[in-house]
Design a binder for this molecule. Structure first.
Ligand SMILES: [Ca+2]
Ligand SMILES: [Ca+2]
Length: 322
């Protein structure tokens, strides 16, 4: 009970800007919640045990999108900060942008991602597998990754199959599904449907999928905001070791049975997995580029077998991955 209380206390802190957020200005478009508002919302989100629940706040990461937009903008677009513009002689209207302006980029801040994997098409040839296996049963897990997709759905980020059940652990969406959502499967047929807004908008988003068999709960974070949570989800269940873990494709047989409509198309960066449920502060730490909390059991560096057209780009900071 005390750990639950601690968990709630941690969650409370994530709903409004932390001191760090206020200092860095990284967050946020939503107005901070008062304690009373949060308590009301928290109760709202926790009463739906069998359904995913959207966070009552409109989840945005305008700061990150703004930063990335500076790097992604079309050539020639004005990128110089105002402070420099005022000290520099204004160019003639007909002049091309001065080359040195392109060097005045915002310093990279979203670091410790290690590398990025590019899944260029929905071909079932495209996937990545790991040099390591899961060696111990999982009673808790956290899977976090930066995700960027240019299609209107989120395909399969991860699938873990065993001889007994091809859907022991799956994080997947599907092209052409009735609802745009992600399924968080723990031991098929048990799953939770998660909202993908705002994931499929062509920008980078940080995601964490967390499950605790001990508490029978799950948490889904996007850009360090808890956007879906619930209980009575596979309490007491155990994910067995020794199965087949695949990034980018949904397995219907051990290591195969892929379907192009479930393939991931886009980029994954900084993927990592833990055999424990990360605390909200740890999720924030990863999502703000400060590093991976202790105890990873797999990282993107272990995804050493790239199949089909999957490519790896080594990049310490997300801003330098593309
Ligand atoms: Ca499957
Ligand atoms: Ca399938």
């Amino acid at each position: 009970m005390s750990s639950m209380a601690a968990q709630r206390s941690e969650e409370t802190r994530t709903m409004g800007p932390s001191e760090e957020e206020r200092n860095t200005g990284l967050q946020t478009t939503g107005a901070p919640l008062s304690v009373t508002q949060f308590q009301q919302n928290y109760h709202k989100t926790t009463q739906y045990d069998d359904q995913e629940v959207d966070d009552p706040n409109d989840i945005q990461i305008s700061a990150l999108q703004g930063n990335l937009a500076k790097d992604d903008g079309p050539p020639g677009e004005e990128k110089t900060p105002d402070v420099l513009a005022t000290t520099r002689k204004p160019p003639l209207v007909t002049q091309a942008p001065e080359p040195e302006e392109k060097t005045t980029k915002t310093p990279a801040t979203l670091c410790n991602v290690d590398s990025m994997l590019i899944f260029p098409t929905s071909s079932t040839e495209n996937f990545a597998t790991f040099a390591k296996e899961l060696k111990e049963p999982l009673h808790e897990l956290s899977v976090c990754s930066w995700v960027k997709t240019n299609v209107s759905y989120v395909g399969t980020i991860l699938s873990y199959a065993t001889e007994e059940n091809d859907n022991k652990l799956v994080l997947h969406g599907r092209h052409g599904a009735t609802y745009d959502s992600l399924h968080f499967v723990i031991g098929d047929p048990a799953f939770r449907e998660l909202p993908i807004v705002p994931l499929a908008d062509g920008s980078w988003h940080h995601t964490c999928f967390i499950w605790s068999s001990i508490q029978g709960k799950y948490w889904f974070y996007v850009d360090r905001r808890l956007i879906s949570t619930g209980s009575r989800f596979q309490k007491g269940y155990e994910i067995p070791p020794g199965g087949s873990l695949v990034l980018g494709q949904e397995q219907d047989t051990l290591g195969g049975g892929f379907d192009s409509s479930e393939a991931f198309v886009g980029q994954l960066a900084g993927f990592a997995m833990w055999n424990r449920a990360l605390a909200p502060g740890e999720v924030s730490s990863i999502a703000t580029g400060k590093g991976l909390p202790r105890g990873t059991i797999l990282t993107i560096a272990d995804a050493s077998s790239l199949h089909g057209s999957v490519e790896r780009v080594d990049c310490t900071c997300l801003e330098h991955c593309l």
